[in-house]
Design a binder for this molecule. Sequence first.
Ligand code: CA
Length: 235
Amino acid sequence: MNDERPHILLIEDEIHLARGICFNLEHEGFRVSHEESGEDALHRFGYDRFSLIILDIMLPGIDGFKVCREIRKQDARVPILILSARSEEGDRITGLGAGADDYLMKPFNLEEFLLRVKGMLRRSSWYRPEPVEEGYRFGDNEVFLLSYRARTAQGEIDLTELEVKMLAFFFRNKDKTVTRAALLENVWGYSSDTETRTLDNFLVRLRKYFEPDPANPRYFQTVRGVGYRFTRGDR
Ligand code: CA
């Protein structure tokens, strides 16, 4: 029988927490596979297909950051949600730098957790790749939103789900100042002041990809105290 339910991979070594997460996700109609170590998860990832990865950072062998990087090498698109018990801001930034799309701190509220999972799955289903596509050009860059690719001065790169979503939002609002709240709302589907570091981290990534001089951005400009503005730099 063909199982159409979204398949979620949970990588978590705390058994009680893992059981609770599995129970609740299954209750919501998802199919969940659980691995207790990064090594087992990567082995599993080699032959199984997933719609979403939920990844704990503190694991017995290789840590979640390493797992995240390895998964990203094999799959640029699968959404990755990191769970961490550590409150350090550095963890969030390391996680996003490793290619994760979102970050949730333990202990978390079950409702918020489920909302994020559903939001990430919904967004990933909006962006099904299509065969032929004309890229969006600015400067030396060409971005293919539907196929999650971009050609940049540094070569061809794969884009993640949230990068694509953020780029699409910037392109739609070309030359307009977009507030942080609007970006969070439109890209992540929720708005919260505590998430602004997540947003800033994504901007750092986009500038690294697309700006000739990331420290002096031409395309993705900061509008101090308000948010950001994308321009094609062709005026
Ligand atoms: Ca753990």
